[in-house]
Design a protein around this ligand. Structure first.
Ligand code: CAA
Ligand code: NAD
Length: 283
């Protein structure tokens, strides 16, 4: 199937990045959010990223304008009535995602593929609320989307080979590298990454070292581009907590219990870079 018209649901840090790479690849993109302010912020981020590419000589001013023109504002899910693909990037919460997919199943044409950028939630369970589970798939982009090459593609129990192949082909068109993964809590990326971040938070909680020291150890000792606490702030502490809860519930193993300090920060609204405060302070 040729995928030309896409809707991205959620214009936050992931949705805006996904919208940017889709528009850069020549697709017509509807960028949807329930909040107009989030939509505006998302488009501003895309415009800033493209302007940086103009300054660096990677694209011309005209090309930037053409890419921006491929983006359409959407504040209603009903706008999905004529798209070939939806990529959902709203909050990491099963109830929210299932409600979105249920509505999309009614609104979109029969051929439309429904993808989720979920970090950890079972694709099979999201697909189960639709009448087209064979057309539901995970498309897990990494943050920041314009920079990171990986897309984990997650097959739900019923995902068809045809749909898998369409999404793999699209991923390559977006100049990303697809990696096939089966549907288990956290898939591969977050099953490995998030327990490390959670352990770094325990290390802080237990007073083993300061936040700066913990980050320095992992940056200088392991050559990680960011320390784990900086990375947690960058991902969003709410998202980190949701992922740990999915691992904890999904495997029923106490090794995945979220650190109480992570819970406390999320309850305080200290969600990291996006709210100006997490483990660190931001402008
Ligand atoms: N959006 C777009 N571009 C960005 C960006 C952003 N948010 N942040 C940085 N960049 C670009 C910069 O413009 C720069 O581009 P040029 O090469 O064109 O100049 C390039 O990335 C490098 O940036 P910097 O030189 O400013 O800084 P850096 O070398 O430290 O790189 C980084 C920044 C790429 C974010 C790097 O710190 C990094 O790789 N960090 C780790 C990121 C990571 O682990 N991501 C995965 C998170 S987990 C996840 O996504 C899954 C999940 O479900 C939670
Ligand atoms: P975010 O908080 O930056 O953005 C979420 C956006 O979704 C907000 O703008 C919000 O207004 C919007 N939204 C909420 N409910 C909605 C609905 N019903 N319809 C339309 N829009 C809605 O979050 P994010 O970091 O972009 O994460 C989004 C998704 O991507 C989550 O599932 C997350 O797990 C996943 N993800 C996050 C990262 C990361 O590093 N942050 C990486 C990969 C995947």
């Amino acid at each position: 199937m040729t995928i030309q018209k896409v809707m991205i649901i959620g214009a936050g840090q992931m949705g805006s990045g996904i919208a940017q790479v889709c528009a850069q690849a020549g697709l017509d993109v509807k960028l949807n959010d329930i909040s107009e302010a989030s939509y505006v912020k998302g488009v501003q981020t895309i415009a800033q990223n493209l302007s940086r590419n103009v300054v660096k000589g990677r694209i011309t001013e005209d090309e930037k304008d053409i890419i921006l023109q491929r983006l359409t504002k959407s504040l209603s899910i009903e706008d999905a009535a004529d798209v070939d693909l939806v990529i959902e990037a709203a909050v990491e919460n099963m109830t929210v995602k299932q409600s979105i997919f249920k509505q999309l199943d009614d609104i979109t044409p029969q051929h439309t593929i429904l993808a989720s950028n979920t970090s950890s939630l079972p694709i099979t369970e999201i697909a189960a609320v639709t009448k087209r589970p064979e057309q539901v798939i995970g498309m897990h982009f990494m943050n920041p989307v314009p920079v990171m090459k990986l897309v984990e593609i997650i097959r739900g129990l019923a995902t068809s080979d045809e749909v898998y192949n369409d999404i793999e082909e699209l991923t390559k068109k977006l100049e990303k590298v697809p990696v096939e993964v089966n549907d288990f809590p956290g898939f591969v990326a977050n099953r490995v990454l998030m327990p490390m971040i959670n352990e770094a938070i325990y290390t802080l909680y237990e007073g083993v070292a300061s936040k700066e020291a913990i980050d320095q150890v992992m940056k200088l000792g392991m050559n990680h581009p960011m320390g784990p606490l900086t990375l947690a702030d960058f991902i969003g502490l709410d998202t980190c907590l949701y992922i740990m809860e999915t691992l904890y519930e999904g495997f029923g193993d106490s090794k995945y219990r979220p650190c109480p300090l992570l819970r406390k920060y999320v309850k305080a609204g200290w969600l990291g870079k996006k709210t100006g405060r997490g483990f660190y302070h931001y402008e």
